[in-house]
Write a new protein. Sequence first.
Length: 385
Amino acid sequence: MTTAGVFDELVGQDEARRVLGAAARGTGMTHAWLFTGPPGSGRSTAAVAFAAALQCPDGGCGECHACRTALGGTHPDVTRVIPEGLSLGVDQVRSLILDASRAPTSGRWQVLIIEDADRLTEAAANALLKAVEEPPERTVFLLCAPSTNPAEVSVTIRSRCRVMGLRQPPPGAIADLLVARDGLDRREAELFAAAAQGHVGRARRLATDAEARAKRHDVLQIPRRLTGLGACFTAAVELIEAAEAEASGTYTDQSATEREALETALGKGGTGKGASRAARGASAALKELEKRQKTRDTRAQRDSLDRALVDLAAFYRDALAAGFGARVDPIHPDMADTTRAAASRLSAESLLRRIDAILDCRKAIEANVRPRIAVEAMMLSLWRA
């Protein structure tokens, strides 16, 4: 039986599908894998699909109970960890390793998937390294990271993993998926695939979420709005507030559920001798939960803002390409008239300075500069360049 089923959504990754399919059947299998590739290339999609193939008696049919539960996140022997904050700490990693060291309950393997493994703290990475060096017999570690750069994944962890490099999917392959899975018109699918810049999840969101499309439209209007000093500060505030608004709803329901579950576990509303002592303990636990949730919300805000900055940089890239008459496909084909107008008005040097300003802003935010300060500085640079 073919393994195409579980790998159907691994877009534009023929080599990865071949290697992972063979490994699921026992050829080239090892206990630790590192999936690398740019954002949107499908690192986590590949890891989850591989986990399903490993549990499937037929190597990944996509139809059996093992495949469906692994892909759906309910398989008892597949643990998927998505760091919610800015880092993944040692205590959580040790707990995960302990769970992963147990024998499979119903599947063929115990599979531990760690997304964004580049967010592991140094202590957490050391704990994981020890487990990867001495793995239990039926445990598989699947790590996901942007690259094998030592700044993102330690050299020792990387040396003990088989690296599965993924590439940025071509827009045509993403458009094919949007047409086949989401029923989009071909022209719309190609527009969203191009705008997503190789990010499958982003393309799907643009295709299905009107608010995401509206936000992108607002971002792409920024170059025309920077007419003076006041306009720069206004644009900066609006961009930050839009990112905060988009992120605020990401975890609202989850945060409320987490708080309610913790309060119930701590005996909310209890009476009796131990009630006051329990209340003091509950207060500390709730503060710790709120701290974790705040960190998670901060990460969501930064991710939302970064998507906007990438869209803005692509606008100036399109203008630069139009100015040179380069035979490259635009990232924002629906803005072709505007980018051509910008190219006729601005020199290539000026456009490059604007792109540099946006890249500097992204680096500053990544280095923990306050987003509002970084974005205000960027807007001023865009206006003056």
